[in-house]
Design a protein around this ligand. Sequence first.
Ligand code: PMP
Length: 332
Amino acid sequence: MITNNVTELIGNTPLIKLKYPSEISGCEIYGKAEFMNPAGSVKDRTALGIIEDAEEKKLLEPGGTVVEGTFGNTGIGLALVCNAKNYNLEIVMPNITVQSKRDILKNMGAKLHLVDTKPYSDPGNYQKVSKQLAKDIEKQTGKKTFWAGQFENLANYKFHEKTTSAEIFKQTDGKIDGFTCAIGTGGTLTGVSVGLKSKNKAIIIACTDSQGSSMFNYFTNGKPEKKGEESITEGIGQARVTKNLENCNVDQSFFVSDQECMEMLFKIMKTDGLFLGLSSGVNICGAVKLAKSMGTGKKIVTILCDDANKYYDKMFNKEYLLSRNLPYADWM
Ligand code: PMP
């Protein structure tokens, strides 16, 4: 295979049949291998979708600057896309993210601004700081400066509708019974739900919510209320209905604790050989719950968002896991 530009390698990821989750549920559970995207996560799609949309709308000019508030993976995806397309990148990130994500961004040449972790209602929240930063840079440089705004920018979910959902439908020959994943911006779940439902309304779409997030309650009783303690997962968990979530078509909701997530991640390393990141553990647990609720013989798909390499400080830190009463691997 020859490609002219690394951005052409974003998407078209394989579906992997997950052995252990399929065995314990009596269903066929598949994971979409988003960790195989060139910058390593499902957010490569969001980055490309948003930048291509901005280019079409003439919101960017060569040598201009892209600004985004991100927990990391969108920033890393944007760093790849911006480098490949000759844009500068400035990232605003909450200071609770793992060090490795900050290092990757800096090493890829992005300018990084770390801010204290504040709720969305606070003007110091990283998303709001990033929006203001884009305005400030435009004023200073006089060059078009584009705020990516992944939570509110609908190009995010639309790219998942166009690519992720279409790929899943094709890869399963249309014989998919259910799909589930967790929510960060909601881009993946909304895009895949809209795309799959447009092909077949009977496909069940479920939200899998991590602990400390408000989406389980939102989709079960209409109230976005937090359930459980803060999670150790990154990039997922949401307290509000983002613009990208407004069109989300959800039939069911499942709740996954950090305990269940960690047990699944360590188990699946040994049964399936998959070295996955934290949110993938939540997604796989959700897929097993969806499979069990639907009955045996169904075909269920979820997202393997990224791999474990960025999360060593958490996943392979015995003291940290013990301090949180979480399980650790036998081999640690
Ligand atoms: N998993 C990881 C590791 C992520 O970085 C993100 C994005 N923040 C998600 C899942 C959630 O994806 P989305 O923003 O499409 O809801």
